[in-house]
Design a protein around this ligand. Structure first.
Ligand code: KG4
Ligand code: ZN
Length: 335
C-alpha cells in the first residue's frame, strides 16, 4: 500500500520507547521507564545503556504487535540521533540502523528537541506557524521560534542549568528523591507559594540562568537548618510551592518578552517540565492576559516518548530527508 508507516525509536536518556505512525497519525507509544536510577538520585549513564539494550527489542516488538503491523510493512525507521547520553543514544541508533538495513527501508535521524516541539502535531488542536515553543526538560531550556516542521530557530536559552535540572537539584536538597520535578509539583499543590521568596536571576535578552536559584536555596536551607533541624520536614509544601513559583516566573517572563518581540500569539510548551501543573496553570492565566492561544501536549507526550519521534520522522519522510548507514549518535546535536 502507499500508506506511510514510520517505526520510531527513542533512547536518549532513561526511557526506552517505540511508536508507530501511519500517515502522520501516531498509533501507539510504548515506553519502558528505567526504575534502576531511583536508587542513585539521578540517571547513571552506564546503567541507562544496559537497560536500553535489554528493553529495546521487547518495546519495538510490542509497538508492532499493538498496531498489528508486520516489520515488512514499515516504510522507514526513525530514531533519536541526539542530543542525549552517548551510550543510550548508541543503542537506539544501532538498533535502528540494523533494522533499516535488514528491511531495506530508509533511515531517518531525528533531533530530540525538535521532536519535543513536534509532539504538538500528534493530537488536535495543532498550532499554526509561526509559533513560539518553550522547551523545558532535564537537559534543556529553550525558547524556539517554530517557522515550519523543519525550520526552527532557538531565540533564547539557558546559559547554565536547565530548569528541569533546577527542579531535580532542589528536590534532592529537600530529600525528595529522583526525579524530583514531579514531587516538587505534587507538594507545591498543597503549599503557599508566597511563604518564602527566592531571587529571580536576570539574564540579558531572552536567555535564562538557573544556577543562581539552586545556590540560593542551598544557602537558605543551610541557615534554616542551623536554627531548626526539622525545617525542611515542617515546611516541605511551602518550600516546594515558593521555589516552583520562582522558576515558573522566570520561565514565563522571558516567554512573554519573546511573544511581544516576535509578535506571535500562538504559544506552546514542550519537554518534561511542561507536565508541571503550576506552569500549565500560570501559562493559561497569562494567555488570557496577553491574548494568546496556548498549546500544551497530553501528559504522555510531554516526557520522553517515541510518539514525537514518529511525528518528526513522518515529516522528514515526506521531504525525503534520509541518512545513510554511516550515521552515528550525536550527544550534543544542535538544531
Ligand atoms: O523531557 P524529559 O522527560 O527528559 C529530558 O530531560 O529530555 O524531562 C525530564 C525532566 C526532569 O528534570 C523532571 O524532573 C522534569 O522533567 N519533570 C517535571 C515534572 N515532570 C517531569 N518538572 C516539574 N514538574 C513536573 N510535573
Ligand atoms: Zn526530552
Amino acid at each position: 500500500s502507499s500508506d506511510i508507516k514510520i517505526l520510531a525509536i527513542e533512547s536518549s536518556c532513561d526511557e526506552t520507547s517505540a511508536a508507530l505512525a501511519v500517515n502522520g497519525k501516531v498509533l501507539n507509544n510504548i515506553v519502558a521507564t528505567q526504575s534502576v536510577h531511583e536508587n542513585y538520585g539521578g540517571v547513571v549513564p552506564e546503567l541507562a545503556s544496559r537497560a536500553h539494550q535489554q528493553n529495546i527489542v521487547p518495546v519495538v516488538d510490542q509497538a508492532l504487535k499493538n498496531a498489528a503491523i508486520s516489520p515488512e510493512e514499515i516504510s522507514a525507521v526513525a530514531f533519536t540521533r541526539g542530543p542525549g547520553l552517548m551510550g543510550a543514544l548508541l543503542v537506539g541508533a544501532s538498533f535502528a540502523k540494523g533494522l533499516a538495513l535488514a528491511l531495506d527501508v530508509p533511515l531517518i535521524e531525528v533531533n530530540h528537541m525538535q521532536a519535543h516541539i513536534l509532539a504538538h502535531f500528534i493530537d488536535d488542536p495543532k498550532p499554526k506557524f509561526p509559533f513560539l515553543c518553550l522547551t523545558v526538560s532535564g537537559g534543556h531550556t529553550q525558547i524556539v521560534l517554530v517557522k515550519s516542521f523543519m525550520d526552527m530557530e532557538v531565540v533564547g536559552e539557558t546559559q547554565d542549568d536547565a530548569v528541569g535540572e533546577a527542579f531535580d537539584k532542589v528536590a534532592k536538597m529537600m530529600g525528595l528523591g529522583y526525579p524530583g520535578g514531579p514531587m516538587v509539583d505534587k507538594l507545591a499543590q498543597q503549599g503557599n507559594a508566597d511563604a518564602f521568596s527566592f531571587p529571580e536571576s536576570e539574564m540579558a535578552g531572552l536567555n535564562y540562568s538557573f544556577s543562581g536559584i539552586k545556590t540560593a536555596v542551598l544557602y537558605f536551607l543551610r541557615d534554616k537548618l542551623k536554627e531548626n533541624e526539622n525545617f525542611i520536614e515542617e515546611n516541605k509544601a511551602d518550600l516546594a510551592a515558593s521555589i516552583q513559583k520562582t522558576l515558573i516566573n522566570m520561565l514565563l517572563q522571558k516567554l512573554r518578552k519573546a511573544a511581544r518581540k516576535y509578535r506571535v500569539n500562538q504559544l506552546a510548551i514542550a519537554g518534561g517540565v511542561s507536565a508541571n501543573s503550576g506552569l500549565r496553570n500560570r501559562l493559561t492565566e497569562m494567555a488570557v492576559e496577553e491574548g494568546w492561544k496556548v498549546f500544551i501536549p497530553a501528559f504522555e507526550y510531554c516526557t520522553d516518548n517515541a510518539g514525537m519521534i514518529a511525528m518528526a520522522g513522518h515529516y522528514k519522510f515526506l521531504e525525503g530527508v534520509f541518512v545513510d548507514q554511516s550515521v552515528s549518535a550525536l550527544p550534543r546535536m544542535k538544531f
